[in-house]
Ligand binder design. Structure first.
Ligand code: GTP
Ligand code: ZN
Length: 343
């Protein structure tokens, strides 16, 4: 791992974190950043070099009170134990696979989320939209990265479609195999900046990571073991140093995040529809053919398309399902089965 002796600034230290130090009044402790979480140890980096810390902080507390990769923690200089986790700028988490709905922390304090998609038949607006919802929900700055521009004559058409997703959305088109082209992303990868990436299989995430890491390519695909869903995932969770001085947080789970508990992200990405729906005459309007439906009115006025409304409905249903308890899910399953029988 690449956490040799680094200054706090190089590691991503910000006023947001230093301001918390004065409040905590813990003069015996110093800040370190969590670089890797292994089963038996947590590796942190800070002034004075990397340290290995025994896990155990947060035992008995809620999942969110455990340290995760990207966290800033205070470490007691005498005992070498974590004394605090500083409040996070943002946090990626998910429900663990399986029925018990336990929360798993994935990554903290990410500055930029690269949402990766390729300029070919795999390009899908609904898929990009899902990742965008996630980014807005977590409160991380999203950048759409379109790869494989070298394989199309019309890269601009893909970029235009992506830019249409939300006003002001940043979109960069690159050939992920070409360092000169991938350098378009360097302004988010500079000293002290932390990036993470999401995108479906085959879009070029590993290729891009290797290009951004330059000489320091991914340590031969880490160790692969089957997780409890039977799929293969890498077991290391760590921060990788990027050529331009930033950090890449590439953890298992980051790549296959589901839409769970993302109601605020959904509302942010579909603000146009949500705002229209608030103007409907009936508060329980289904936006079909009810009188006074402001959503149908907005469609008639060209504010958004019927397809966009359909996508929003599907995502709202999916998020409700993923966020439901097992009992609520069974009820939703029964409703869906009954609806299918009526068709
Ligand atoms: N021509 C071209 N090929 C690319 C580009 N980016 C990736 N590829 C190729 O696309 C294939 C898939 O790339 P990966 O980097 O493995 O994709 P991934 O997103 O990491 O896929 P998973 O590991 O399944 O999640 C590889 O054969 C890459 O060489 C690009 O910008 N241009
Ligand atoms: Zn309506």
């Amino acid at each position: 791992m690449d956490s040799v002796d680094k200054t706090l600034d190089e590691l991503g230290w910000r006023p947001f974190f230093s301001a918390q130090m004065s409040e905590l009044d813990d003069s015996g402790s110093r800040p370190f950043r969590v670089m890797a979480v292994h089963r038996g140890k947590i590796v942190v980096a800070g002034e004075g070099g990397p340290l290995d810390i025994q896990p155990g902080f947060g035992d008995g507390l809620a999942a969110e009170d455990h340290p995760t990769v990207g966290d800033w923690v205070l470490v007691d200089s005498a005992t070498c134990q974590i004394t605090h986790i500083l409040q996070r700028a943002n946090l990626f988490k998910r429900r663990a696979p399986g029925g018990d709905q336990k929360t798993q922390l994935i990554a903290a304090n990410v500055d930029t989320l690269f949402i990766v998609a390729s300029c070919n038949q795999d390009f899908s607006i609904p898929r990009l939209e899902r990742y965008l919802i996630l980014a807005r929900d977590v409160g991380v700055h999203p950048v759409i990265v379109l790869t494989k521009t070298d394989l199309t004559d019309k890269p601009e058409a893909f970029a235009a479609a992506a830019r249409d997703l939300q006003p002001g959305l940043e979109v960069e088109s690159i050939n992920g195999k070409d360092p000169a082209s991938a350098a378009r992303l360097s302004r988010w990868c500079g000293m002290g900046q932390t990036v993470a990436l999401v995108g479906s299989s085959g879009v070029g995430k590993s290729t891009l990571v290797n290009t951004l890491r330059g000489s320091d390519t991914i340590a031969t695909q880490a160790v692969r073991t089957a997780d409890d869903t039977g799929r293969h995932t890498t077991t290391v969770r760590e921060m990788h140093r990027l050529d331009h001085g930033g950090w890449l947080l590439d953890t298992p789970g980051m790549r296959e995040l589901q839409l769970t508990d993302v109601a605020s992200g959904l509302a942010a990405v579909f603000a146009d529809i949500v705002e229209a729906a608030e103007q409907c005459r009936f508060s329980d309007c289904a936006h079909n053919s009810e009188p006074g439906c402001a959503v149908q009115m907005a469609i008639a006025n060209g504010v958004f398309t019927p397809t966009r409304l359909d996508r929003w409905r599907a995502l709202v249903a999916e998020e409700a399902y993923n966020s439901a308890s097992p009992a609520e899910r069974r009820a939703l399953d029964r409703l869906a089965a009954a609806a299918a029988r009526r068709k």
